[in-house]
Design a binder for this molecule. Structure first.
Ligand code: SER
Length: 319
């Protein structure tokens, strides 16, 4: 029987992944942990504990004590925030991963998911339809830590047989828990501001194309990768997955179709340089071939659902 540990369960990905994992593996078999309080349903439906992944002894103790077999380590300082505290961000992102890899090596929790990112690419990478294997010279702290993390994951797989699996997520779009401090965050903030104020001031230029993905697609693909037969996996660093590429102007236009009074202005900040160093679109043919990567949401479907859900959420919050 699988016993699953989710580290970073209160964050943007974790808060949506935990309920889905609990449906598949049983509420009591999915241990949600974070240094922050979780959303209500995560605390209500199964085990939650405050756990700091930076504390290696505690982490190993938790894994061994609860007979954990699989780990999802989602703890990270995102790209924008990392640029404000470079050394600290490097330290946190790398320690979180290295502690998890080593704890997997020293325990029975041999299967490990860790998110990589489109941030592993840099300004010298081919920008359109970026291939799985290509030039990788990231110039952000976050990107450097993700690229180093991919190399360490593959190393632990080859050297110690850890079943390391990873995805280079594009920007993730969701309504449940907002991201914090990322460069792709505009594509979430825009919906909240559209509902609240009918107006958004965007911190990227209008024509900055970036790859994005709706959270449901990200969660389904993550679980599909984790459930795929080992023999099918040719990549033990991290898989490219594409999603949908669009610019802030494209997104604003889609929102306007449903909210005709919505308006947007552009005031790029330091995150523009980060976005400019990342791909505009991704080639994910290897993920498709190896484990059947696929998506269900295009920009139209995603915009409809985001506006609908955020309206309900904000109404509930106000009543
Ligand atoms: N969404 C992340 C960020 O913007 C990229 O992985 O930092």
């Amino acid at each position: 029987m699988e016993k699953i540990l989710v580290i970073g369960s209160s964050g943007q990905i974790g808060s949506e992944l935990v309920p889905v994992l609990r449906k598949i593996y049983g509420n009591e078999n999915v241990y949600a942990t974070d240094i922050k309080d979780p959303p209500k349903d995560v605390r209500k439906n199964g085990p939650f504990q405050i756990l700091d992944v930076i504390d290696y002894k505690n982490l190993l103790h938790f894994i061994v004590g609860n007979k954990i077999t699989q780990i999802y380590n989602l703890a990270a300082v995102l790209s924008g925030n990392a640029e404000q505290i470079p050394l600290q961000a490097w330290d946190i992102n790398m320690k979180a991963l290295m502690n998890t890899l080593e704890a997997a090596h020293q325990s029975k929790a041999k299967k490990l998911f860790w998110p990589s990112s489109i941030a592993v690419f840099g300004p010298t990478t081919p920008r359109y339809n970026t291939p799985q294997l290509t030039v990788m010279e990231p110039n952000t702290v976050y990107g450097i830590s993700k690229l180093a993390g991919e190399r360490w994951g593959e190393y632990y797989h080859k050297r110690y047989g850890i079943d390391f699996r990873s995805i280079r997520y594009p920007g993730l779009i969701s309504y449940k828990t907002e991201p914090g401090g990322g460069t792709t965050d505009y594509a979430v903030e825009i919906f909240f501001d559209a509902v609240k104020k009918n107006y958004y001031r965007c911190f990227l230029k209008k024509d900055t194309a970036l790859p994005m993905m709706f959270m449901d697609d990200a969660i389904n693909n993550t679980i599909n990768l984790m459930q795929a037969d080992q023999k099918l996996l040719s990549v033990r660093s991290a898989y490219n997955i594409a999603g949908i590429s669009f610019t802030p102007a494209n997104l604003a236009n889609e929102i306007k179709k449903l909210k005709p009074d919505f308006s947007i202005t552009y005031k790029p900040d330091f995150r523009q340089a980060i976005a400019d160093s990342w791909p505009a679109s991704i080639d994910d043919s290897i993920a498709q071939k190896d484990w059947g990567m696929k998506t269900n949401f295009d920009i139209i479907k995603m915009v409809q659902l985001m506006l609908e859900k955020i309206e309900i959420k904000l109404k509930k919050g106000n009543s």
